[in-house]
Design a protein around this ligand. Sequence first.
Ligand code: C2E
Ligand code: MG
Ligand code: MG
Length: 718
Amino acid sequence: MTAHGAAYPARDGDDGLARLRAELEHLRLLANTVPVAIAYYEAERRTCRMANRRYAEMFGFDEANIVGRTLASVIGEHAAASIEPYRHRVIEEQTAAAYEREVAGADGILRVVEVRLLPHVDESGRSLGAFVLIADITHHRRAEAALRESEERLAKFMHASEEGLVFHKGGYITDVNPPLLNLLGYTLDEMLGRLTLEFIAPEAQQKVAEVIAAAPETSYDSVVLHKNGTRIPVQFIVRTMLHQGELQRLTIVRDIRDRLQAEQRIQHLAHHDPLTGLPNRLAFTERLERRLAEASVSGESLALMFIDLDHFKRINDSLGHAVGDTLLKTVAQRITEALRVGDMVARFGGDEFLVLLAPRAGAPAVAEVGSRLLAAVGEPLPAGGVSISVTPSIGVAMYPQDGVTSTELIQRADQAMYRAKSSGRARFRFFEPGMAEAALAELALESRLALAVRQNEFVLHFQPQVALHDHSAGDGADMKARAGAGRLLGVEALVRWAHPQRGLMGPDEFVPLAEARQLILPIGAWVLREALSAAVRWRANARPGPGVEVPVAVNLSMLQFQTPGFVDMVAEALAATGSRGAMLELELTERMVMSDLGEVRQALARLREMGVTITVDDFGTGYTSLAHLKDLPLHRLKIDRSFVAGLPGDAGAVAIAHAIVQMGHGLGLQVVAEGVETAAQREAVLAMGCDGMQGFQLAPPMPEAQLLQWLRGRSAAE
Ligand code: C2E
Ligand code: MG
Ligand code: MG
């Protein structure tokens, strides 16, 4: 206490002393309460005259035992030396000094302190000592350091980020990183201080302004403008952050052009068929539904076409998928070209296409589109080095008559297409009520047909064909021909299905179905063998004597003819039945000889070498080019019975039949008229120069027993 007493002049008397003590006590209390360490050092001896508790304890002393110690012994030699310049300034220059230093306290904790030194000068201007005030600023400095670090980190991050970053305050740009400058094509100077909205595409500005005003933490897609005006779709991720000492808005600007492109690609993939580039089923159905909704308001009527290629599987199987793909692409292109703006086409799957026609003036206009599609798609096309022709079968359903939903319409169009197929393919059909039932019945028939194949429920009927001019028989030949006694050219084998419930069914009732379901292959193979066996039987058993050779004609379906190894199969059937090629005539349709699957010519040539007669059946109904016929190894043409039916009255039919005969003869082919029902027709075809005839007028198709009787009757008449 004495040391302290010396600093404060004593007053007179005990009262004065007591008051002084009380004041001192107050001062001590004050000194020990303030959050500052306080000490006083004498100038000359550099000893501590007084310290508050905080100061004393900071260096490991108490208020009493620190008094009289030198500065160096309190804070250490090293520290004392380091603060010497400040001490010097306070004592010698008598000005206040302040510095910061780190103090390893008596408790072992390193603190950052701010030290202030205040000079104590007497009236004569002599330095008596210095007051020392120490404030612990450790927390403050740490917070500052943390802030600095985070600013540095942010700065680093801004530069390191590949994404654009922009700080803005109240909508004004305060900082931008290089990637964003790159993205937008500006320099930093050009952007700083400008409104963010200036860089936003006009239609996106409102949203951005709203976000700036409401200041949420959010993310959304927007469009920014490059300096050159290019629009760049971006995603904004907006945060509020401390930057440059204040709360600012940080927006991450993410270039999403790649993402959008990828999304668009995915969209495209999801909605398009990669092969043909046409919209796919999903896309079509979506658009169809939109159109239907519009049509339900406008009252328009629409037509939906279901297109399926005939025998496409065969092409795929025989010529390979690459050719199949090329063909599908060509077909897609042809369909598209045959339509007009506003029509919609899609690939529905495999070889199926859908077309939605924009409103047209009623069914005739729709039918016209159908014919156009049939012609366009059916046009022969080069594929895999050969020319092939693939026809479509088309079903049409009309909105709203046939259905009002997309599912209904597609289903009905599909049913109509199915009918088009089963009525012979290469045609189009409008949906008709009852088709669904028919389709169902057909389905039943189909499964029954498969059973019929397994149980062999088929029989053959035979219809004779005779020559009209018997060149070997001298003058009376024509007379004989008129009497029905022309030389026998052969018999045509015509298949029937002995259906257990329905009775005998003609080929028109089940052959198209059998073709559609590939069942024609086992049926056709059976017909061939059975017909050849029959011919062999007749030769052996013919009455009145052996040696009667009756060639049989067998009808082929496209599918059979196109089956690889078909010619070998014929050779095997001939060998197995013990017959010769000369006893067999094969009837092909025009389409079969026309669809040049490369091997057609070769196959025909081999058959011809085997002695087989090759006939083009139903001639005149297809579109055979003469140039093509000329090159094929054929023997006969059979004029389609639809022309013969028009004879002799129908001038058109006469002209066509006449032309066929002329042309056939010109090509060195025999011409046979089929479907001759009347004597007048027979006269007519004879007059035209037909070489042979077949028809009810001569004889209907008959079971074997009846045919043999007929044959016997003829030979008896001769
Ligand atoms: P197609 O080859 O033109 O056979 C002649 C068809 O005309 C036969 O009908 C026959 O009964 C009929 N017909 C014969 N003469 C006359 C006549 O004077 N007037 C009329 N209106 N018709 C006559 P069918 O037996 O119903 O056979 C129809 C078609 O089925 C055949 O036409 C042929 O293309 C096909 N077909 C028959 N058998 C087979 C077969 O085994 N395989 C294949 N793939 N098709 C066959
Ligand atoms: Mg025939
Ligand atoms: Mg025919």
